[in-house]
Design a protein. Structure first.
Length: 64
């Protein structure tokens, strides 16, 4: 199975909690914890984004 990465750019009060809850109903969708990742901040702190990628890969392998 090929991994796909979806980046959702949202504003405050735009239904992000509803969308997150909806995605959680699908077992094939992995969402990080916390729900909101500050990706552009991660460009300055690559250690944080690298940790997220490692966790996502482990979760993907765990789910098979």
């Amino acid at each position: 199975m090929m991994l796909r990465f979806l980046l959702g750019v949202r504003t405050q009060k735009s239904g992000s909690t509803w969308l997150s809850n909806h995605h959680n109903t699908y077992p094939e969708v992995f969402q990080p914890s916390p729900k909101e990742l500050h990706v552009f901040d991660a460009m300055l702190r690559q250690d944080v984004f690298g940790e997220f990628h490692a966790k996502a890969q482990l979760e993907h392998e765990r789910r098979g």
